[in-house]
Design a binder for this molecule. Structure first.
Ligand code: NCD
Length: 310
C-alpha cells in the first residue's frame, strides 16, 4: 500500500480513511517501541510550530516527537508571536515559516486558519487545532488509545459527554469514529451545547448512526468508552452563557458506580471540573495514558508525512 500521508496536509480527520489511520497506528506502534532511542529519520529537517493559541500537550508532544525523530524545531509563540500582535497577518507569518522550515504545525483560534495556511504554504501543514471543529491529530491519538485499550475501535459503545458545540477535540473524535464501526454512539450534552447543524449534516451525509441521550445516567450502564470534554469557556461569545453552563455535568465515583468494570474514561485534557479528581485512582481513568500516546502518534504522523520509515 502507498503512503497517503506523504507530503500531505492534515487539516481534518475526515481527510483520511480507515486504511490510512490503520497505517498510522502501525507506525505509532513502531514509534512507541523505539521511544527510548533518539532516531535520525528526520535529520536535517526543520519542523515549524506556529501556535497562536495556548497549548501544552499538543505543542510539547509535537516538539518532542520532532526531536525524537532527529528534526530541528522552530516555534512562533508567546513573545515571538508579537509580530502578529503588531498586525502582521497570518498569511505573511506562514510564508515566512514556509521559507524557513520543511513542515508547519499550526494552532489558531479561528476555524479555517489551518486550511488557509495550507493554501499559502508549499510545505505540508498539520492542523494542531483550529477553531471549534477540527483537531485531527488529537482524534488520531484518541482512536489509537481506544485501539490500545480494547484491541479494536469497532463494536464498542461510546458516550461523548460535553461541549459538542465548541469542542474541536470531541467533534474530531466523533468524526474519527465515522471511519470505524462503533456498536453505538450516544451524544450527551446540555441542550445549548449540542453539535452544530454543520456537524450533524456531515454525519447524515456519511450515513453515520448516533443517538442523543438525555443524560449520562441513562446510558452509563452500557457504554465501554466515555469521552469527556470541558466546556470551552474561551469560545463563548457570551460569558453569561458560559457561567450558566459551567459545571452542568460531572463524572465522579457516584456516576461511575453503575458503569461496566471495563469502562474507560477518555478526555483530551485540560480538564476543569468535569471529571472529579477521585476518578483518577480508578481503573476507569485512561486520560493520562491517552495523553502519553501523543508523542508516538505524532512521531508516526511526522515520519509518514516526510516519507520516512521508523
Ligand atoms: C484540546 C484543544 O485544544 O482543543 N486540548 C488538546 O489539544 N489536548 C481540548 C481543550 O482545550 O479542551
Amino acid at each position: 500500500m502507498g503512503n497517503p500521508f506523504r507530503g500531505a496536509d492534515v487539516i481534518s480527520i475526515l481527510d483520511f480513511n480507515r486504511g490510512d489511520l490503520e497505517l498510522l497506528f502501525e507506525y505509532a506502534d513502531r514509534a512507541q517501541k523505539r521511544l527510548g532511542t533518539k532516531l535520525d529519520v528526520l535529520k536535517g529537517r526543520v519542523v515549524a510550530l506556529a501556535f497562536f493559541e495556548p497549548s501544552t500537550r499538543t505543542r510539547f508532544s509535537f516538539e518532542v516527537a520532532a526531536k525524537r525523530l532527529g528534526a530541528d524545531v522552530i516555534s512562533v509563540s508567546g513573545e515571538e508571536a508579537i509580530s502578529v500582535a503588531k498586525g502582521e497577518n497570518l498569511a505573511d507569518t506562514i510564508r515566512m515559516l514556509d521559507a524557513y522550515g520543511d513542515l508547519i504545525v499550526i494552532r489558531h483560534k479561528h476555524e479555517g486558519a489551518a486550511k488557509l495556511a495550507a493554501e499559502i504554504a508549499e510545505d505540508p501543514v498539520v492542523n494542531g487545532g483550529d477553531g471549534w471543529q477540527h483537531h485531527p491529530t488529537q482524534a488520531m491519538i484518541d482512536l489509537y488509545a481506544v485501539l490500545k485499550l480494547f484491541g479494536t475501535v469497532d463494536g464498542l459503545r461510546y458516550a461523548l459527554l460535553g461541549d459538542l458545540k465548541y469542542g474541536r477535540a470531541i467533534v474530531s473524535f466523533l468524526y474519527g469514529l465515522t471511519r470505524f464501526k462503533p456498536g453505538a454512539v450516544y451524544l450527551v450534552s446540555p441542550e445549548p451545547l449540542r453539535p452544530r447543524r454543520e456537524v450533524l449534516m456531515k454525519l447524515e451525509e456519511l450515513g453515520f448512526r448516533y443517538e442523543f441521550a438525555a443524560s449520562l445516567d441513562s446510558v452509563i450502564e452500557e457504554v465501554d468508552v466515555l469521552y469527556v470534554s470541558r466546556v470551552q469557556k474561551e469560545r463563548f461569545p457570551d460569558p453569561a452563557e458560559y457561567e450558566r453552563l459551567k459545571g452542568s455535568y460531572v463524572v465522579n465515583l457516584k456516576t461511575l458506580s453503575r458503569a461496566r468494570p471495563g469502562l474507560k474514561v477518555l478526555h483530551p485534557l485540560p480538564r476543569v471540573d468535569e471529571i472529579a479528581l477521585e476518578v483518577d485512582a480508578t481503573p476507569h481513568a485512561a486520560y493520562f495514558y491517552q495523553a502519553s500516546l501523543g508523542v508516538p502518534v505524532r512521531m508516526a504522523l511526522l515520519s509518514l508525512i516526510s516519507g520516512a520509515e521508523i
